[in-house]
Design a protein around this ligand. Structure first.
Ligand code: ADP
Length: 163
């Protein structure tokens, strides 16, 4: 049984993330999407909201599990009996950070390999950060994120402007 962990902040999930999940599903028997809980990035969406978006959008896919991630990624991978960590690579700009993390994780736990997957070209410019910026400025993000996230933005940004 080949199981991979796909970790990230997913704040929020985008079509680029979903593309990587689909690709990973072709390579592994099971893909655990692990949403980082202890995030220094001050996420816009709560952990529960991020879990909910991913569960809604991957609910129809078998062999995909969505879980919160707390603590060290490699420890989580061992607990989950996973032999690989999947990360997405969009551009050269992702490379340095990803390379460093992959080598550090290997140092911490030699049994877990990191695999990089490239998304469809049209998603290479897509990031959660840029989508949040567009949504905040009132732009239409409908072609970048699943429908439940579009609704999530409307709710979240509506709540914020009420405050
Ligand atoms: P993190 O905070 O860990 O970078 P993200 O949620 O931003 O988490 O991303 C999780 C993983 O998905 C990372 O490996 C990132 O490079 C990858 N990723 C993000 N957006 C895309 C995209 N549009 N196409 C492919 N991979 C992506």
């Amino acid at each position: 049984m080949r199981r991979a962990i796909y970790p990230g902040s997913f704040d929020p999930v985008t079509n680029g993330h979903l593309d990587v999940i689909e690709r990973a599903r072709k390579l592994f028997d099971e893909v655990v999407v692990a949403i980082a809980h202890n995030d220094q990035k001050k996420p816009l969406f709560t952990l529960e909201e991020r879990l909910d978006f991913l569960r809604q959008t991957t609910g129809a896919l078998d062999r995909v599990i969505v879980l919160p991630l707390d603590g060290l990624l490699v420890e989580f991978a061992v607990q989950q009996d996973a032999n690989a960590v999947v990360r997405g690579l969009r551009a050269v700009s992702d490379f340095e950070f990803e390379f460093q993390m992959a080598l550090m994780n290997r140092k911490l736990e030699a049994t877990v390999e990191t695999i990089f997957l490239m998304p469809k070209e049209e998603y290479t410019y897509l990031s959660s950060r840029i989508v949040k910026e567009i949504a905040r400025l009132g732009g239409d993000v409908g072609s970048f994120v699943p429908a439940c996230v579009v609704e999530g933005f409307a709710k979240k940004l509506g709540e914020r402007s009420d405050q």
